[in-house]
Design a protein around this ligand. Sequence first.
Ligand SMILES: NC(=O)c1ccc[n+]([C@@H]2O[C@H](COP(=O)([O-])OP(=O)(O)OC[C@H]3O[C@@H](n4cnc5c(N)ncnc54)[C@H](O)[C@@H]3O)[C@@H](O)[C@H]2O)c1
Length: 650
Amino acid sequence: MGHGIAEVCAISGLPVIIEDAFPEALKKAEVSIKSSLDRMKKSGKIDDTAYSSVLSRISFSSSLKEAVRDADLIIEAVPEIPDLKISVIKDITSSCRPDVIVASNTSNIRISTLADHATNPQRVLGLHFFNPPVVMKLVEVIKSDKTSQEYFDSAFEFAKFIGKTPIKVLKDSPGFVVNRINAPESLLFCLILDKGMARPEDVDAFAKGQGLPMGPYELMDYVGIDTVVHSLEYYSETLDREYGKCHYFKKFMEEGKLGLKSGKGFYVWENGHAKIPEAKPSSVLELLDILAVEINEAVKIIEEGVAAPSDIETGVKLGMNRPFGPISVAESLTNAEIKRKLLALSQKFDTKIFYPAKSIEDGKLREIISGKALKHTEETAQPASDAKAADGDEVVRLERDEQTKVARLILKNTRNNLINQKVLESLEKYLKQLWNDHEINVIVIRGEGDNFSAGAQLTQFFSGPMDFSENARLGERTFRLLSEIPKITIAEMKGFVLGGGFELSIWCDIRVATPEATIGFPETTLGLIPGWGGSQRLSKLVGMSRASYLILTGDRFTGKYASDIGLVYKLFEKTNIASETDRLAADLASRIAPVSAAMAKKLIYKGSEMGTDNGLEMESVAMGLLYGTDDLKEGISAFLQKRKPDYKGR
Ligand SMILES: NC(=O)c1ccc[n+]([C@@H]2O[C@H](COP(=O)([O-])OP(=O)(O)OC[C@H]3O[C@@H](n4cnc5c(N)ncnc54)[C@H](O)[C@@H]3O)[C@@H](O)[C@H]2O)c1
């Protein structure tokens, strides 16, 4: 962890000293950093110059005293042995400047236990990185009852500065947030084996079938069964004696079956991969059982004032690589459902650890996850759904350029700009904000990076058919705004334009694309249908015959083909599509009267849904309305005076 954290700091431009008591560990650290930078270079994330300058910022030392003497921030990452950590913290704080932050990367040990042995304990806090630090965005910033607010705030800003997404852990309770949410789950999976209820491979097959990236036993093998056992022992001493009920894992550890690191655990490991025997998804658990246990622990964390709902949600998503956290899942379930599940689990596994937390028992789930039931601090009163997104958590960015009268909505959720509920809500919010914005005439929808959007985030949690159906309605409602908003909308199609991403583009007024863009509706090959208006709108644009073919085959096609069939208006090369689209948008924004664009859109879209008589009637009424507008007067006088019009949208 130490060399990973040092590498992150150096990549962010900070000079770092790595100190280790063992010279061979320093050599290993250097090799690991170089191979990590090599991988980044290979994938084009850094070039030769960046590679050398990152390395030039890292130095190595075998003297703790010298390493910490002039440091502005010190992070210890020695093994998780309380006495060792205490002695290292003692040594650091007696050798460094009195005003610098002294942080621990401990996974479990209470920060106040360490601070008690430090000079100036108010500057001791936790900066808990996740493995591997270069990849994982999450950092838990942990406050003990001795940490001063000033140091805590500075550490939070530091985590942001090095490109991480920090969450605030307001009390140094065992396991902090992410490991604590995991704690009862580890016990649950141990008890399943203790009671001989299922085989690891069958439970893993079930979990993966539910969309989890890795089965729980495979994950524990990966982390190390000894680590899991030590954590459970620690929780039995600090949280609840019943965490000591687990026997199976202890037996495995005693037999030296530690998982990946020993080559054998629940599975045999070869070349970093588990050889999982053929399995039949187990029915010992339902997905809701696992989710209920997580929600229960999240509620306990909020009740204890350890963290705010929004931080718990962010922590679990980023720390466990999940598309959703326990708070958003709880928002889609009822108190009664969760309580019933927990009571049943508590009985089935004979432990009070799964017994409903007080707020769930009292029917106050909604209140507690909205943050309203808390008296604790102003931070804890922040609900998950309407919390201000943390930096790096933004899924759509709005750029407004009053000079050109063009706004850009830039999708930036995950590498492929996947669309989930949060993206839809952000799009809806920004489109409504732009609705009456008279400084903006044209809106460009763009994807950050190489892709427009690879579609809907399929791993989002839905509690049932109605929930899924409502999500479809939310997509239709949001995308429809693009065809109704009184502005010209342009979709910039590049890279992947698939499924929900393709649907987003066909709700826009104008489409431009790169010739090699990969477009299509793969839904029918996944047991779905284009559910955000695609089944209705594509045929209006390209005719029923082509739409049937494209939807029923799921075939992908290129931007060039889209242009040939008239779906795309203009092709731009990949290297300059952004500047060309901006140019087109600015040109339209300066030439087209906003009132005309708004009226024309209505006539085209509504007209396509009604008979010719009514359409023509609407057209003549629209002409009458335009007659009195300032834009018409301006358009005609600019034409006669041979100058550029200055439309006001009135
Ligand atoms: N491994 C993970 O996944 C992970 C994730 C988050 C946090 N952590 C926490 O990070 C810390 C380190 O974990 P790790 O997995 O990197 O352990 P590790 O054993 O891989 O590394 C610890 C390093 O500390 C060095 N060391 C030992 N005694 C020392 C001393 N007195 N002074 C200086 N250096 C000393 C060792 O030589 C070794 O290089 C632990 O507190 C752990 O709980 C680990």
